[in-house]
Design a protein around this ligand. Structure first.
Ligand code: HH2
Length: 304
């Protein structure tokens, strides 16, 4: 069965965004293809009481669906739903609690007019989300936390965000030691990609994420963004998640809700270095900024 295509293919204005080197990259999700012929925006929907920037904001399913619709209207290409905060120092929640937070939205997941990604490290949670209609599993542990996760993703043929992290959220700050952060992240993501392949996950379903802020201090996060193009060596599209993170606080120590401009700068810089998918809280702003960056790139090509 051929997969339905999302955005781009039937819009001639976007065809000039084609990569002259080898066609438009496509990310295969569970039942559809996401054509990455323009920057794809992934809106963050945290159903958590304690996320670092938006915890406790979506108390019931009505509010969650309203936000989901608003994100799609503002230009989100997919939504990332999470029931566990993984900010530095966060205490893990029991799987039953993670599921309790997510269950009401799972029941109405098909009402969301965009592909849904489930941000979880647990196979049981991923399974329930996929049964409810999710298209992607976003595992911040890079398949390392739950030994059943890789097999479950393979069985379902789900899309996968494979993110780099060391340790786990309570301990990861201690692991932010690298001789060369860029080399080591590329190498460790390569190992994770090989593990995914061996578990039967098709490479075409995977996007790679350097894990900004996960076992990385501010300098390391900046170095990874600066050299993001190096991740391209692994042959898969790159997703970045700089949104409102601590490395953007600067000398003024800006709180999360004042890191939007920094987030947009980081997204545009990442786009310039090859990133294709952007996980953000501020969907409308990211959509606008990335659309302009994309037009500038296309204009440059048309001039050439
Ligand atoms: N960052 C967070 C959570 N999930 N997934 C991917 N693939 N990449 C990321 O950079 C990423 C992620 C942390 O951000 P947030 O969800 O806003 O916070 P919290 O973990 O406190 O819920």
């Amino acid at each position: 069965m051929s997969s339905p295509m999302l955005h781009g293919v039937d819009d001639p204005s976007r065809r000039s965004g084609r990569d002259p080197a080898g066609g438009v990259p496509v990310w295969k999700l569970r039942t559809r293809d996401l054509v990455l012929d323009r920057p794809a925006v992934m809106g963050i929907l945290n159903l958590t009481p304690d996320s670092f920037s938006d915890g406790g904001r979506l108390p019931d399913v009505a509010a969650q669906l309203e936000r989901a619709h608003a994100f799609v209207e503002a230009g989100a290409d997919l939504l990332d739903i999470g029931g566990e905060s993984t900010r530095p120092g966060a205490r893990p929640v029991a799987p039953a609690e993670e599921l309790r937070r997510l269950a009401p939205l799972f029941e109405r997941l098909t009402e969301i007019p965009a592909p849904v990604s489930i941000d979880t490290r647990r196979a049981r949670v991923a399974e329930e989300a996929l049964q409810a209609g999710a298209e992607v599993v976003n595992d911040v542990s890079g398949l390392a936390h739950d030994p059943e996760m890789a097999g479950r993703v393979a069985e379902w043929g789900a899309g996968l965000v494979l993110m780099h992290m060391r340790g786990d959220p309570p301990t990861m700050v201690e692991f932010a030691h690298y001789a060369n952060v860029v080399e080591e992240v590329v190498e460790e993501l390569g190992v994770a990609l090989e593990r995914a392949r061996r578990a039967g996950i098709e490479e075409s379903r995977v996007v790679l994420d350097p894990g900004i802020g996960f076992a990385k201090d501010a300098e390391q996060s900046y170095a990874l963004l600066a050299q993001l193009a190096r991740l391209g060596a692994l042959g898969r599209p790159v997703l970045v998640g700089p949104s409102r993170k601590r490395f953007l606080a600067g000398e003024a120590g800006l709180p999360p809700d004042q890191r939007v401009e920094g987030t947009l700068a980081a997204c545009v810089a990442a786009f310039e270095r090859g990133a294709r998918v952007f996980r953000v809280h501020d969907v409308r702003s990211a959509r606008r900024a990335l659309d302009v960056a994309h037009r500038i790139r296309r204009a440059g090509r048309e001039d050439a």
